[in-house]
Design a protein around this ligand. Structure first.
Ligand code: ARG
Length: 459
């Protein structure tokens, strides 16, 4: 038997393999609510424009609510033969209300319908991502506030560089996730144009009102070009792009948590709630959530690349290739939400070990730059010479197996006769971080100013 929707042209039904490769209902049923919202707006507009009878539009709009409640209650029998969510809903509407259902698709195509549904879905997802990012940022701000003046080593090349503060390190991630937030908001503002009414590709001869449906669905305006409207998936790619960058940030943080929670570092303790044990090694507490977050970037970035590849060769306007957009976006969205929530939970729960951080901050000659700066400031040496003298003192300390503050004044003076006892005042880590008062620097006063700025931004 041939298809209900286009049986006129077809004598034969599809092969089972054709049905398997063609059907999208297995995944696009996630857009049921969006599909029904779009159809209800379209039906209302058709009646307001006198294109269909008010009574038919009423029956359609009511019937669609019945279908929605069936789907939400899990009572809906999805059919692969009906390919996708659009035809499943319409076919069921026909069963529920009869003949008027056939008038719903006037002046519309599945091409503008799917673009509209998917946009509404992605828009909801951008909003959900925004909420998750705000929650994560709030958790980071709490950590930053608690440890605004806790000293820890700052690294370059994962080698001890200069002391920084815990609050400063947390606030670095606030900046990163803050940019993710603005990317999500940008994408939402740019994508918020309605494809509905573009019809198959050329628009329609019916006197539709695209402004009305755009407004009913919360879009800022109708998309201006019908060819573009049905073949644009930039909004999905922008979501995936923003999600990829955000996942990359999450992954870098996750990597730090894996390192920091190791027995060799002991910078943080992750909570039991976000750790796992070993089935054989009784002592183990593994940072599995962080490791999985670190891995998620792979599939999210993979989705981004996959959809770029799907789109790059498509002539205008719609091609069935575009049906491959949804699984990538759904998977990326689900995993991004999970990763954001897991990171928020870990950050909320984690205990930074102030003592371990401080001990590590003072080792590895972390205040060598402060010593060089002292030689410049107090003795008036050129920085290059100060750098050289300090290097020789580091070598001396290393040979003796001690840190810079453990050298005697006489040893210091063997590198430069002008050095005085005052030099020891800059070799402490507290002094070092307190001195870095330049805008955006690690001094607790700067960190507290940045925390206050973000608290104000977030209200
Ligand atoms: N399931 C299709 C998709 O996801 C809906 C649009 C189908 N349009 C068409 N002309 N075959 O893209």
């Amino acid at each position: 038997t041939s298809n209900k929707m286009w049986g006129g042209r077809f004598a034969d039904g599809p092969d089972a393999i054709m049905e398997a490769i063609n059907a999208s209902i297995g995944f696009d049923k996630r857009m049921a609510a969006q599909d029904i919202a779009g159809s209800r707006a379209h039906a209302a507009m058709l009646a307001a424009q006198g294109i269909i009878e008010d009574s038919d539009a009423e029956a359609i709009r009511e019937g669609l609510l019945t279908v929605l409640s069936e789907i939400e209650a899990g009572e809906f029998a999805f059919s692969t033969a009906l390919e996708d969510i659009h035809m499943n809903v319409e076919a069921r509407l026909k069963e529920v209300i009869g003949e008027p259902a056939g008038r719903l698709h006037t002046g519309r195509s599945r091409n503008d319908q799917v673009a509209t549904d998917f946009k509404l879905w992605v828009r909801d997802q951008l909003d959900a991502t925004e909420g998750a990012l705000l929650a994560l940022i709030a958790a980071l701000l709490d950590q930053a506030e608690r440890g605004a003046d806790w000293v820890m080593p700052g690294f370059t090349h994962l080698q001890t560089a200069q002391p920084v503060t815990w609050g400063h390190h947390m606030m670095a991630y606030v900046e990163m996730f803050g940019r993710d937030l603005s990317r999500v908001r940008d994408a939402r503002a740019r994508m918020n144009e309605s494809p509905l009414g573009a019809a198959a590709l050329a628009g329609t001869s019916f006197p539709i009102d695209r402004d009305a449906t755009a407004q009913a669905l919360g879009f800022d305006r109708p998309a201006a070009n019908s060819l573009d409207a049905v073949s644009d998936r930039d909004f999905a790619l922008e979501f995936l792009g923003a999600a990829s960058i955000c996942a990359m940030h999450l992954s870098r943080f996750a990597e730090e948590l894996v390192i920091w929670s190791s027995a060799q570092f002991r910078f943080v303790q992750l909570s039991d709630r976000f750790s796992t044990g070993s089935s054989i090694m009784p002592q183990k507490k593994n940072p599995d959530a962080a490791e999985l977050i670190r891995a998620k970037v792979g599939r999210i970035f993979g989705a981004n690349v996959a959809l770029m590849m799907v789109m790059k060769g498509l002539p205008l306007a719609y091609s069935k290739d575009m049906q491959e957009d949804k699984e990538q976006v759904f998977d990326a969205a689900d995993n991004l939400m999970l990763a954001l929530a897991a990171m928020e939970g870990m950050v909320r729960d984690m205990n930074a070990s102030r003592d371990s951080l401080a001990a590590a901050a003072g080792s590895g000659f972390s205040t060598a730059t402060d010593l060089a700066d002292w030689l410049v400031r107090v003795l008036g040496l050129p920085f290059r010479e100060a750098h050289h003298i300090t290097g020789s003192l580091v070598a001396m300390a290393e040979a003796q197996g001690c840190d810079l503050p453990d050298l005697t004044l006489a040893q210091m003076q063997s590198a430069h006769a002008g050095i005085t006892q005052d030099v020891f005042s800059v070799l402490g880590v507290e002094n070092s971080v307190n001195s870095r008062i330049s805008y955006g620097g690690t001094a607790p006063a700067q960190v507290r100013a940045q925390i206050a700025r973000w608290q104000e931004i977030l209200g």
